[in-house]
Design a binder for this molecule. Structure first.
Ligand code: BGC
Length: 481
């Protein structure tokens, strides 16, 4: 009886879903867009990160990372921690099946350094090593391409305690040794490596402070620590790239890059002052890293404003930095309107990806670019049984608008090669905790089993991806509930 009831409600949900998708198609022209409109070598995926989704924080030899420490100080909005998160550590097989049913071509995730080398350096944890081997094998067995980030806002707390992590040049050596283990162990199957996720906000943007998540600094003040920390991150990036290129790339035939948080900044008016303020914002966020890895220097505006607070690269570092990437990952969510007094982010305004990608093309020699994160968050829809939690038409509209906006810029010759929805499923938000949802799949965080449930956007992305010449199993998504 119960089973029949469940089946019936699944069927009702199925018909409702199709009904909503039909309405959406009509109102937004969604059906006009399909994966077939994009070149075959363009890749569509979705992503997660270790601390936000894996859970099993104290299991199988994992030790705390700086992110564990941060959230255990009650720093998230709802005091949530990643101790269990979406429990992907235990549910990765189920998740990979869901990805396959969705038709995902690629999956972006990060390795928890604290799981692999719990003390930051020294012994490799065999169970940690095994977990990522299993996850990668599972993805490959379904033909899903892994895009793997080495540090997504985290590194072992031991390194913070020992020498203040990013702030110390010793970090470079430890990061390179960790990257070496990853390339050696997983590089036969992982063909896309991201050294750091959003290093341009790690030491500075979150709160304007020096430590990775920031404490006790005034926002935007020219204190030296953020620049010192990011200088060491840039040098760690280049050391890992150098290692990959000299020791692994020829054999493994993969690519390596870095992924930045990139707002699209626009002046409020055309006044000289607003335009200058906008240029400053771009320099202090995008150009800061782009100039370093494309030309081996920091932007002139930063140098003028910061003077000796901004570290220098040696000649040898400049040489190594120049062109030290195979691709640039862009995480893009919002437009920021800038005037001489303030910078104000918009709420989920879509369609600005082309402006960003064209900017990178023109200024930085048209590199290969992936949109490594783009998505839409909802709040106040925590009860999975309420329609508000799964009828996410606004998310669909945003994804649709952004995906469609990429077409002209691809046709215009940019090297835009992929797009990843953030996120594949709900997780712990950096400051928002569990009250802010980005997932195509929702997660019931009150359920011990962390049940996944598809949102309408799951069906939308599935149907967008289905027109690719391959056969997908759209309707069987229902029974994942
Ligand atoms: C981060 C993710 C985060 C997302 C949404 C990005 O800046 O890389 O970890 O969940 O924004 O806030």
């Amino acid at each position: 009886m119960v089973m029949r009831g469940l089946r019936m409600s699944s069927y009702c949900f199925f018909f409702l879903t199709n009904f909503f998708l039909l309405l959406l198609n009509i109102s937004a022209g969604v059906s006009a867009l399909s994966r077939l409109d994009f070149p075959p070598d363009f890749v569509f995926g979705a992503g997660v990160s270790a601390y936000q989704h894996e859970g099993a924080a104290a299991e199988d030899g994992r030790k705390p990372s700086i992110w564990d420490t941060f959230v255990h100080q009650g720093k998230t909005f709802d005091k949530g921690t990643g101790d269990i998160a979406a429990d992907q550590y235990h549910k990765y097989k189920e998740d990979v099946k869901l990805m396959h049913k969705m038709g995902l071509e690629a999956f972006r995730f990060s390795i928890s350094w604290s799981r692999l080398i719990p003390d930051g350096h020294g012994a490799v944890n065999p169970k940690g090593l095994n977990y990522y081997n299993n996850l990668i094998n599972e993805l490959i067995s379904y033909g899903i391409e892994p895009h793997v980030t080495l540090s997504h806002f985290d590194y072992p707390q031991a390194l913070q305690d020992e020498y203040k992590g990013f702030e110390n040049r010793k970090f470079i050596e430890d990061f390179t040794a960790y990257a070496d283990v990853c390339f050696k162990e997983y590089g036969d199957r992982v063909k896309t490596w991201i050294t750091f996720n959003e290093p341009n906000i790690v030491g500075y943007g979150f709160t304007g402070c020096s430590s990775p998540f920031g404490v006790n600094c005034s926002v935007g003040a020219p204190v030296p620590e953020p620049y010192k920390a990011t200088h060491n991150i840039i040098l760690s990036h280049v050391a890992a790239v150098h290692l990959y290129r000299t020791k692994y790339q020829e054999k493994q035939k993969g690519q390596i890059g870095i992924t930045l948080l990139t707002f699209w900044f626009e002046p409020v008016t055309n006044s000289v002052l607003d335009i200058a303020a906008t240029e400053k914002e771009i320099a202090f966020s995008i150009d800061w890293f782009m100039e370093a890895i494309v030309y081996g220097r920091y932007p002139a505006i930063m140098r003028q404003r910061l003077g000796s607070t901004l570290p220098h690269f040696t000649e040898n570092e400049t040489n190594m930095l120049t062109g030290s990437f195979d691709f640039i990952g862009l995480n893009h969510y919002q437009i920021v309107k800038v005037d001489q007094h303030s910078a104000t982010p918009s709420e989920h305004e879509g369609g600005s990806i082309p402006k960003l990608v064209e900017y990178i093309k023109e200024k930085y020699k048209n590199p290969t670019v992936f949109i490594h994160e783009n998505g839409y968050s909802t709040e106040g829809d925590d009860d999975p049984s309420s329609p508000a939690s799964y009828i996410d038409t606004k998310r669909i509209e945003c994804l649709h608008k952004n995906i469609q906006s990429m077409l002209p810029t691809i046709r215009n010759g940019t090297n835009l090669k992929g797009y990843f929805v953030w996120s594949f499923l709900d997780g712990l938000e950096v400051f928002g905790g569990y009250g802010k949802h980005f997932g195509l799949y929702g997660v019931d965080f009150n359920d011990r089993n962390r049940r996944r449930y598809p949102r309408l956007s799951t069906y939308w992305y599935t149907s967008f991806l289905a027109k690719n010449g391959r056969k997908t199993e759209t309707s069987s998504l229902l029974f994942a509930q």
